[in-house]
Write a protein that binds this ligand. Structure first.
Ligand SMILES: C[S@@+](CC[C@H](N)C(=O)[O-])C[C@H]1O[C@@H](n2cnc3c(N)ncnc32)[C@H](O)[C@@H]1O
Length: 431
């Protein structure tokens, strides 16, 4: 609602939102994409919406007011985002913000707001934002080209657009840090008309998408639970048949407990071209981020990645836990947090010593990364005491753990014996 009718370029500015109240009205996919960026800025986020996508609902550190917007909700806000699917509500939010002189982005009609969201990315302590007079595709393309140059790519955003792929790309998004997707994955994401994202897909990658991109939360695709995979396959097929380029974005690698091959089979059967872009799997990246290499010369010559989704002894289990208990190398167990005790028991019953070092890493490579260390005998209780939460958590059971310390400490190889933690960094035990 500019009082001045002459068009003017918005004034680009960086807001210090640390601890400041930000009110977000609506809780759909647009909001899902903005929340990680607002959280990274340290904002005190209040979401007002009667319903939310599963990703918004499970976002930590936000306050969700589970009801419709009402006048007065913006009181004390420094910044407001109007992002409901009802234009009347969005207009009312903008009007209230205007009266109290709070800048407000209107997601459905950007020019009616008093602030606009640039196409952004963050890398290596740098933040870049691009505005292009409301031309979102242009701002996204320029942003991608700048990012490509800064991250050592070719800067070929325009070139890439000219060879826009068809069909569906199954893209591994990496373990969580948006910089840990591959260059190819990121460039295909920048060309997508539709993104079908899993809960474990790095949320900040979604925040970078142009506003016109349709984001489908795979957890919210309708149909019953048992039919969920079939329904996701169908969405991929339907959107591709509409001539849209679809990116199916997954956490880690699409083929590591990611059902990627099931989707590829369904798409191939439907005659849809498929591109598969491998990703950095959390099964290697998460221990690495916690200072635990999965192999080390002279220490461990094997590592095994196992699903802990089904408990040892369950009739559906396909894992030979006794054999894993006899192995000497590193065992990486994904989807294990709710079954840590029975998994550790099974490994010990198979022959692993009770004092084998074990670690649980939560939300590796994200701002919320935590590592809980213990032994095979203690790890379930240690993780419970630390209130480690699924789904972004994995268990590592190295036979001998090699732990990397800060620059001023040495790398050390440790045996299974427990020693007090060294105060220098808490990563290795005192010699
Ligand atoms: C369904 S599996 C998908 C694995 C994924 N395709 C991959 O390659 O990393 C999900 C499990 O991966 C693990 N996981 C994924 N991201 C993680 C992270 N950032 N930190 C720790 N564990 C993670 C957790 O054990 C989670 O339960």
């Amino acid at each position: 609602m500019n009082s001045n009718d002459a068009p003017a370029d918005p004034y680009l500015v960086g807001l210090d939102l640390r601890g400041r109240r930000v009110v977000v009205v609506g809780a759909g996919t647009v909001v899902q994409r903005r929340l990680p960026v607002l959280l990274a800025a340290g904002a005190d986020i209040h979401v007002v919406a009667p319903e939310a996508t599963p990703a918004v609902e499970s976002t930590p550190c936000i306050v969700w007011h589970r009801r419709a917007y009402a006048s007065g909700d913006l009181l004390g806000a420094w910044y407001v985002l109007a992002a409901t699917n009802d234009p009347t509500v969005n207009a009312a939010v903008v009007a209230e913000a205007e009266v109290q002189r709070t800048f407000c982005v209107r997601a459905d009609l950007a020019r009616e707001g008093t602030a606009v969201t640039p196409a952004t990315f963050a890398t290596d302590g740098l933040q870049v934002g691009v505005l292009a007079s409301g031309d979102h595709r242009r701002s996204a393309a320029v942003r991608d080209a700048v990012r490509s140059v800064l991250t050592g790519g070719t800067g070929g955003g325009a070139e890439a657009a000219a060879r826009k792929p068809e069909g569906v790309a199954l893209v591994g998004g990496g373990p969580g840090d948006p910089d840990l997707i591959t260059v190819r994955g990121r460039s295909l994401l920048g060309l997508a008309d539709v993104v079908v994202a899993d809960r474990l897909a790095p949320p900040r990658l979604l925040a970078e998408l142009a506003p016109g991109v349709e984001v489908i939360d795979a957890a919210k695709v309708p149909y019953g639970r048992a039919m969920a995979q079939q329904a996701i396959n169908q969405v991929l097929i339907d959107r591709a048949r509409e001539g849209k380029f679809v990116v199916r974005l997954k956490g880690g690698d699409p083929y590591v407990f990611g059902r990627g091959f099931e989707e590829l089979e369904a798409l191939a059967e439907a005659g849809i071209p498929v591109t598969v872009v491998p990703g950095i799997t959390s099964s290697i990246a998460a221990p690495s981020a916690a200072g635990i290499p999965v192999t080390h010369r002279g220490v461990t010559h094997e590592f095994v990645v196992v699903s802990g989704h089904v408990a040892p002894g369950h009739p559906d289990s396909l894992v030979d836990w006794d054999a894993l208990g006899r192995l000497r190398g590193t065992v990486v167990v994904l989807m294990a947090v709710e079954r840590l005790g029975v998994i550790a028991d099974a490994l010990m019953a198979g022959g692993r010593s009770a004092d084998t070092p074990a670690a649980v890493v939560e939300s590796a490579t994200t701002g919320g990364q935590r590592t809980v260390r213990g032994t095979l005998a203690s790890i379930a209780a240690d993780a419970a005491a630390a209130e480690v939460k699924p789904p972004r958590s994995s268990l590592w059971v190295p036979w001998l753990a090699l732990r990397a310390c800060r620059r001023d400490c040495d790398f050390r190889v440790e045996s299974g014996r427990r020693r007090p933690l060294d105060p220098c960094c808490g990563l290795h035990e005192r010699a």
